[in-house]
Ligand binder design. Structure first.
Ligand code: FAD
Length: 494
């Protein structure tokens, strides 16, 4: 016999709920624990997973395999071409291994919930058991209800309740034990499983050699790297997070999103560590930097809770149904200019080039370019949402969809649609010296002073022409009027 843990977006051995439960079950039954990962090119396609993210996961699997092997736990990695066939293939494997019990952490997106439900039924027919556990959020989705018993659709009151709930249930932050070693005989009995190679990326998700090397240096993979980054951030930067977090040229943020997204770091460990550095046990007290960072990590929980409560947002629909009828421009030249960072708005172009170069963008700049796409170009926010997923190393459906919903005013945010970012003011406020712009739009390096925010409008036209830098592709004021009219018309017709 055996017990199986099915790894998904929880690629770590430390602080992993289902992995620990699987290990306990195996120990109690006196059978080995086998770890499984299914690589699904069709899922990557359907979820627009960025090649850089696939590469990060595959590198993580190599590390995970070694860590598990040290515990005599084999990691079996298999590619299943058709995602529909994943449940039946897992049942088959369990049959081969004589396994009676499958453990996994829950994924909350609709496709994944349906897949797991099918899987559980298939196993039940054969008298086998599947346990799917809450792990990725600190507070499991569905637990927090407002005074009237409903789910929260606004962050601030949700966060107050989240904090209270965690204070009253501090076990939610406790470190989950690591799995125990398999019986020594496992090495011999299951020798063939230990020899399973980690496959390379499927064809449609392969990086060029140059990109692979660049991204590997930028984003070292695996849970040990995540812990190193977390400790360094908690030691050196978290205390000043509040002051620095909005300055993209000097990112005072943790850069841990890639680890949260692949599950190489658990949110529990992140918040427990941050809380441990504070001078109070309160999550919403003490050092401003620590409080603010915990509040940001909680946004991740919030967007997953929203997804579970309103799953139709997984189906290309806006959270606010009355925003479904806006007539977008679908101007593909504008879309291309946005993607390639040639809109003539230096802060927007800098951010879009950072995205292509790093697979990551500073949060402030994500908001600026998202707002620019919807509110200045009047392009469908879903085009931007998809493009982000295709390029982000930290692409996460709920957070990305939440961020786009927020920026397009179609999501869980009480702000009215007529609050529109002015890209030039955003640029002056958050990149006052133009350091971020000069880094990512190097052709404007020679532009001095405030002209960096708007070279054609502020007396640096000659330099901009010489550098081949484009003029504004839209006039912000005119675009704003057009957007306000389009939103109003869309809502009125709904
Ligand atoms: P830190 O500032 O150090 O924050 C710590 C952690 O808190 C992050 O790693 C992240 O897990 C969480 N967090 C912080 N801000 C947010 C937020 N607004 N929403 C949800 N979680 C948050 N984040 C993703 O992880 N994946 C995405 O695909 C994604 N898409 C986004 C799209 C748009 C349009 C916007 C506006 C935001 C998006 N974000 C996304 C949220 C945020 O920009 C990133 O989490 C953050 O920039 C990651 O950098 P960091 O790890 O240094 O963050």
């Amino acid at each position: 016999g055996a017990v199986v843990h099915w790894f998904k977006m929880d690629l770590r051995t430390t602080d992993n709920t289902a992995l620990f439960c699987a290990s306990q079950k195996a120990q109690a039954a006196g059978v080995p624990l086998i770890a499984l990962y299914i690589l699904s090119p069709q899922d990557f396609e359907a979820h627009l997973t960025a090649p850089v993210r696939v590469d990060f996961m595959l590198r993580t699997l190599e590390i995970l395999k070694k860590d598990l092997a040290a515990l005599d736990i084999p990691l079996w990695v298999e590619t299943v071409k058709k995602r529909k066939e994943i449940p039946s293939r897992i049942v088959e494997l369990m049959g081969e291994w004589g396994a009676s019990h499958l453990f996994a952490n829950m994924e909350y997106e609709v496709d994944e919930l349906r897949r797991d439900a099918r899987m559980a039924r298939l196993l039940a027919k054969r008298g086998l058991v599947m346990d799917v556990l809450h792990d990725t959020c600190i507070v499991p989705p569905g637990r927090l209800t407002s005074g009237s018993g409903g789910q929260y659709a606004v962050y601030t009151p949700w966060f107050r309740t989240w904090v209270r709930h965690v204070h009253e249930n501090l076990d939610l932050l406790e470190l989950v034990e690591s799995p125990t070693k398999n019986p020594e005989s496992t090495r011999q009995k299951l020798a063939h499983l230990f020899e399973c190679p980690i496959p390379s990326a499927p064809e449609n998700k392969t990086l060029s050699k140059e990109d692979r090397e660049r991204f590997r240096a930028l984003w070292p993979a695996g849970e040990h790297e995540a812990m190193k980054r977390l400790s360094k951030f908690a030691d050196q930067a978290i205390g000043k997070y509040q002051q620095n977090r909005n300055i993209p040229s000097n990112p005072g943020t943790s850069s841990l999103s890639v680890h949260f997204a692949s599950g190489t770091l658990s949110a529990r460990t992140a918040v427990r560590t941050a809380r441990g550095r504070n001078n109070t046990k309160k999550l919403d007290g003490g050092n401003e930097g620590i409080q603010t960072w915990i509040r940001e990590v909680a946004w991740r929980d919030f967007y997953k809770h929203v997804l579970v409560q309103w799953p139709y947002i997984c189906m290309n629909k806006p959270f606010k149904p009355e925003y479904a009828n806006i007539e977008w421009s679908y101007n593909m030249e504008h879309f291309d200019a946005w993607k390639e960072g040639r809109t003539g708005f230096p802060i927007v172009d800098a951010a879009m080039r950072q995205l292509r170069s790093m697979g990551w963008v500073h949060n402030r700049c994500r908001m600026i370019v998202a707002s620019f796409l919807c509110k200045d170009l009047l392009l469908d926010w879903r085009m931007g949402e998809k493009y982000f997923m295709e390029h982000l190393v930290d692409g996460d459906f709920a957070s990305n969809n939440g961020g786009w919903g927020f920026s397009a005013s179609v999501g869980v945010d009480p702000q009215p649609y007529f609050r529109i970012f002015n890209p030039l003011l955003q640029s002056e406020k958050f990149d006052p010296d133009g350091e971020y712009i000069r880094k990512w739009v190097p052709e404007l390096k020679e532009v001095k002073g405030k002209a960096i925010h708007d070279p054609y409008g502020r007396g640096a036209a000659a330099l901009a022409i010489k550098a081949g830098y484009p003029k504004h592709i839209v006039d912000h004021k005119g675009a704003r009027e057009r957007t306000l009219a389009a939103y109003k018309k869309g809502i009125d017709s709904g």
